[in-house]
Design a protein around this ligand. Sequence first.
Ligand code: GCV
Length: 674
Amino acid sequence: MMDSHQKNERKNIGMEGKNWSDLWLNYKAGSSDNLAVEVRDFDQNDRVIKSAVSELKKAFADSESSFKVQIIKNEEVQKEGYKVEAVIGGSDGRTKEADTELVISASDVNGALYGTFQLIRSFMMGEDLSSVSISKAPSNPLRMMNHWDNMDGSIERGYSGRSFFFVNDDIIINDRTVDYARFMASIGINGVVINNVNVKWAATDLITTRFFDKLAELSDIFADYGIKLYLSLNFASPIELGGLDNCDPLNDQVIAWWKDKVKEVYDRLPNLGGFLVKADSEGRPGPFTYGRTQADGANMLGDVIAPYGGIIIWRCFVYNCTQDWRDTKTDRARAGYDYFKDLDGQYHDNVILQIKNGPMDFQIREPISPLIGGLTRTNQMLEVQIAQEYTGHQIDLCYLIPMFKEILGFKTYCQSENDTVADVVSGRAFGNKLAGMAAVINTGNDLNWTGNDLAAANLYGFGRLAYDTELSAEEIAREWVKLTFNLEKELEDKLVGMLLTSRETYEKYTSPLGIGWMVTPGDHYGPSVDGYEYSRWGTYHRADHLGIGVDRTDKGTGYAQQYYQPNADMYNDPKTCPEELVLFFHHIPYDWKLKSGQTLIQYIYDSHFEGYEEAKELQKSWKAFEGKVPQNVYNCVSHRFEMQVANAREWCDQVNSYFYRKSAVADEKGRQIF
Ligand code: GCV
């Protein structure tokens, strides 16, 4: 099969005149034919090795030193891992430092590519290459991006323009596609789902002849960078494409239809990773309609795709979205565990359950889903969202890696050791081969890819963290800042500091202490304290004149009991419940005393005023970057901070006024509340 390097040569695709950002791969222009790259034991013509070599030549184009780089096969290095080492004087024993040989060793081509990008990072960050010695293996086998791109070009929860994969119900493939694949490979991503999990209209046809040629081309470009293409699937395809009258996963005709379909797909897309499925969720079809379980649905597809080595990624975001707000017994937070826990052990080997980090939906603060580690005999992976749906729409600065670190570090107590979320989703805890992390991505066709240039820190950060969960949020932020901007140390520190505090700031001026929501319904930007309070979505704060919060204890909805001990008891008691989550688990009176001595109501006032002040501080801090980052970046981010400050003010005033009016308790500090 022709790889897309060859195709690119044939089509003479050049990057001249490109106007989109190179993100963290902003090499000095050019390509160095002088850089000596030797490939040993790998096939020089392997598509991924060719990408690695071409990347090195671009990245080192401007280098004054005369490096020699060797890419060597070493079976001892773990799968997709690498070693990058300097050998002074080179392997021929000469001793001149200028002749330093840089050796990238890996056991497979993906490892070689990741080692290449590691070397490039070290070079771009100004590290001393003559003493470089780095050895890494990926923490997670699957490291995936989930696009919620629709085929008309819109993006569900997209804040960076339109889709760069789809326009007018067609697939777009151009130089930007190649750059996208490079960026993803450079941070260790090895799987990409290109279409929205809500599969409707033309997207249902992605598994038909209408799109096979273009998908094959896309899959080839991805393959050059060690990335597998995945598709989201419409569970009702047998009806919508096959003309059957049902899509019951246990119906013989339905199974036969899927067998033929999947064979047809793999005949044309042999490199396809598999399918992602959102079933029985928010109006999407699924096995429940036929009285079948989630395992029945997932296993049927798993069996059908198994002969081709494909996998089924089945989402656990299943809940009743037509709840009556008067019903205080039904609890959306419980749903994932209630629907999936009893089926533990029944899922087939090539099925993996994808679980959102929290039991609700990507709020700024949620407890960890008790399903993670609650399942002990099922492949599972973690789903997080870097598209800032509830965290500021890539207008407000909200660096999410500290949150992801907390999630990964959470001790589930699913066994006596090796029991953190990181242990579970990496497959370490229960020995699963299929395991990993996926992010709902924050990209679009804006020239800077992420709307707000600073939101690229989340894009970069997710990939780096999924590859190496031991990295700290600060290390990742610093890498990103160094690679993206060429700043003096003081400004580098300042920007890293801004990123690191941004999540807390956002949390302070939005919904307090884990209660979540309070957002404008539908769009999810800006405050509307009661916006979801009387809705069908199961997202309530239950505030009255005496207090606020949802009783999820053993006396309430019982959600706290879905955790292992001692977490269950810890959450069940407001005195031991971590304060930042106290309103998620408890209905608390306004005069409740927090550990700081503040009452709950005073905490709400104080944190909101503080959050607003901090947003203003962020805006002020950014002014120092004028003339230090490209002017277009400066302007874009300045404008975003202006909007963030307006947003923070609105949140602060609306939340404070709301609770003042409910509670009739005045602010101790006498600040203006409306
Ligand atoms: C893709 C939330 C979002 C929806 C999203 C859904 C999901 O409800 O608001 O836009 O749908 O999550 O994760 O499936």
